[in-house]
Write a protein that binds this ligand. Structure first.
Ligand SMILES: C[S@@+](CC[C@H](N)C(=O)[O-])C[C@H]1O[C@@H](n2cnc3c(N)ncnc32)[C@H](O)[C@@H]1O
Length: 231
């Protein structure tokens, strides 16, 4: 009998790829308190967030627990400012291998984060896009309308955009942990045909009716098959 993956979260995905693919660097956009960032074992880590929820003491404490944190570089600014002001110098000619995009959960913001990250991503690099699969209308509203509870925004529209406009990328969403979008430079298995204007006009109800098809939704198991990594 095949073993079923009941839980798989972004940290599992990051750790599996880091360890088994021997990746050497990591970018996280939207870091908050560093719940994920500080756990990642990589000798070159970049943290970008306009409002980190930790101070110098926590950084030092985390370096004691995980020595990989000694060399961390922190950019307390928006991702747009990071890419405009720092990325060329900091990333230089050593392409990124893994990035978690988890900053402002709105279509155009997440799209810019993906497109900017792609400028620095190695040919076999991987982008993980968090919050791609909102399960309620309340979780999918724009930031200004968000009241309480889970907020995924409309990052799902970024997935539709990439699947429609970027035939050089393979994009799917793992049906776990709020929807983990996976972006790689591989031939897409299937594509969509939306224009950006059409995507803008779509509603949560439209997503709910077409979720599996539009998001190219995959079971968590698919992660292991796609990347050829072990559980
Ligand atoms: C959901 S939290 C990130 C959680 C974290 N990645 C984790 O997995 O634990 C979102 C973060 O994005 C940050 N953020 C908001 N707008 C941003 C922007 N324009 N650029 C980068 N980060 C942003 C917020 O300050 C917040 O800390």
């Amino acid at each position: 009998m095949t073993e079923t993956v009941t839980t798989l979260n972004r940290l599992d995905v990051i750790e599996s790829l880091m360890r088994q693919k021997k990746l050497k660097n990591y970018l996280e956009i939207g870091v908050a308190n560093g719940h994920i960032f500080f756990r990642v074992k990589s000798p070159f880590k970049l943290a970008v967030d306009p409002a980190f929820s930790f101070d110098r003491l926590r950084r030092i404490g985390k370096a004691l627990i995980n020595p990989a944190n000694l060399a961390n570089q922190y950019f307390e600014k928006t991702s747009d400012a990071f890419f405009a002001e720092d990325a060329d110098r900091v990333i230089g000619k050593k392409p990124l291998q893994l990035a978690l995009i988890d900053g402002m959960h709105e279509y155009q913001f997440a799209l810019r984060d993906v497109e900017n990250t792609l400028r620095y991503l190695s040919d076999d690099g991987v982008i993980i896009l968090h919050d791609c699969n909102p399960l309620t209308p309340g979780a999918a509203v724009p930031y200004d309308e968000w009241v309480e509870g889970q907020w995924n925004g409309d990052v799902w529209k970024t997935i539709l955009h990439l699947r429609s406009q970027r035939p050089d990328l393979n994009v799917f969403v793992l049906d776990t942990d709020q929807g983990l979008g996976i972006v790689t430079r591989r031939k897409p298995e299937t594509v969509l045909n939306f224009t950006p204007a059409q995507i803008d006009a779509l509603s949560y109800d439209d997503l709910a009716k077409n979720r599996a098809h539009w998001l190219n939704l995959k079971s968590p198991e698919y992660f292991y098959t796609y990347f050829g990594v072990e559980k």
